[in-house]
Ligand binder design. Structure first.
Ligand SMILES: C[S@@+](CC[C@H](N)C(=O)[O-])C[C@H]1O[C@@H](n2cnc3c(N)ncnc32)[C@H](O)[C@@H]1O
Length: 218
């Protein structure tokens, strides 16, 4: 049983069944996500290659599976304008709260206001109404949890419980391929099949993940 509550002026998702489990909160200003902005992010270089960041090139990105907003935030700090779409009401409320707090922050307020925005809705429809040309559409749908789900990080486990399994991810890829003007990037666990069994033009692999890149008009 999860519930959303305001604590210390932050919206938090609380697991009411497990005592002692820290609540999930999205925080772009302090904590792990902010640390990545300051000191770099191990996956930052990979994700920047995957979306096609180059010297002088910062594509507009639609993150159509925003979740906890981590990848979107990394891309925004790398200089891309990122529009997030999230269909879970709970996740969208957490993201919206995090965006408002960050937009008022002295250090990163300007960056957030300029680079990061959010729509609550299903990307299969919402992708048609994004605020800029969607050069890159980024997808990171939920992947079925491992059997040893205790090993899945706490916040990802809560996310899985709250948003479900994203069983329509194949359909989302097909929609994204029609709308993106430059590329679609799909983040998958390293050993997962290709989404919708569609072979990408290329993939970038890390130890845990694979970024499948579908070039448009290639
Ligand atoms: C694995 S999480 C994404 C994590 C995210 N990349 C991050 O860095 O925090 C997947 C999210 O995509 C959302 N999602 C999946 N399919 C969607 C769709 N068709 N439209 C909007 N959101 C969707 C789910 O609700 C879930 O919150």
């Amino acid at each position: 049983m999860y519930s959303l509550q305001m604590k210390d002026q932050r919206l938090v998702l609380i697991d009411q069944t497990e005592n002692g489990i820290a609540p999930v909160v999205i925080d772009f200003v302090s904590g792990k996500t902010a640390y990545r902005r300051k000191y770099g992010h191990a996956g930052g270089e990979v994700i920047s290659r995957a979306v096609g960041i180059k010297k002088g090139i910062r594509p507009n990105v639609v993150d159509a599976t925003a979740g906890l907003g981590r990848d979107a935030f990394v891309l925004a700090t790398l200089g891309c304008c990122v529009h997030m779409i999230e269909r879970s009401d709970v996740m969208a409320k957490l993201l919206d709260d995090a965006l408002h707090r960050a937009a008022n922050d002295e250090k990163i307020g300007a960056l957030i206001q300029e680079k990061l925005s959010l729509t609550c809705g299903d990307s299969r429809q919402a992708l048609l109404h994004v605020p800029f040309e969607p050069e890159v559409i980024y997808l990171d749908p939920m992947f079925p949890p491992k059997e040893k789900s205790a090993l899945v990080k706490k916040d990802m486990r809560m996310l899985q419980d709250v948003v479900g399994k994203d069983e329509d991810a194949d359909e989302l890829l097909n929609v994204a391929l029609k709308i993106a003007t430059n590329r679609v990037v799909v983040k998958r666990p390293a050993s997962a099949d290709f989404l919708a069994e569609i072979k990408p033009h290329t993939s970038i692999k890390t130890k845990k993940h694979r970024f499948d890149i579908y070039l448009i008009h290639a």
